[in-house]
Design a protein around this ligand. Structure first.
Ligand code: SF4
Length: 211
């Protein structure tokens, strides 16, 4: 029987395959266009995403939508997912705050779900939000400060490679949340960083329109 997104998401919703099942409100299902040529991949859902069940719905999601709007892209024209689909958090003095997922959580979730998503979607381009997502696809030596905005071939040795009829290109862009950080802590860097993000997203738009 053919696999479908509906089947995959229905199973994903009930997934208890790693420890992130313990602290979640719900599985944060991928969102957007299931026929898009571009898959946007973040690192992990936030606490807001955990509450809504939709990736990139918190402050970082608002920034992402604003950036997409500025370059003439609609969020709904992209497929948006994460390396892990449940919120990784830690207790910081009684407040639950985001933490990066550990390697085993990423390995478990991507092997079960992201690989299956890619098999179904067959994207022509992967856009990684942030360095950690980019390193997952392009290797630990990838440095977002040096190589953001450039297209790379997905390595043929990648565990994802056999899933694709045609290997997708991979690009990393800065995390939208980084702009929020700059606004608060380094406002002089905000405008030039915003320009970098917009320029990279214009390139994503070009690929979306021509792929
Ligand atoms: S993070 Fe992924 S593998 Fe872990 S419980 Fe959630 S959906 Fe399952």
């Amino acid at each position: 029987m053919f696999d479908t997104f509906e089947t995959a998401f229905s199973e994903m919703r009930r997934c208890v395959s790693c420890d992130l099942k313990n602290g979640r409100t719900q599985v944060v299902l991928p969102s957007g266009d299931k026929t898009s040529k571009v898959a946007v991949i973040g690192h992990a859902p936030s606490g807001t995403d955990d509450a809504t069940g939709i990736p990139y719905t918190g402050p970082a999601g608002e920034v992402l939508e604003e950036l997409l709007f500025k370059v003439g892209l609609r969020r709904s024209s992209l497929y948006i997912s994460n390396l892990v689909n449940c919120w990784p958090w830690k207790d910081a003095g009684g407040t639950l705050v985001n933490r990066p997922p550990v390697a085993l959580e990423v390995k478990t979730c991507t092997a079960l779900w992201l690989q299956r998503e890619f098999s179904l979607l067959q994207p022509k381009a992967l856009v990684c939000l942030g360095g950690q997502a980019a390193q997952h696809f392009l290797g630990k030596n990838f440095k977002i400060t040096e190589s953001r905005g450039a297209w790379f071939n997905l390595p043929a040795s990648s565990p994802y490679a056999p899933l694709f009829d045609t290997l997708p290109k991979v690009m990393a862009v800065l995390q939208p949340a980084y702009l929020i950080h700059l606004q608060q802590h380094a406002p002089e860097s905000y405008a030039p960083t915003l320009e970098l993000l917009l320029s990279d997203l214009r390139e994503v738009k070009r690929v979306l329109e021509t792929a």
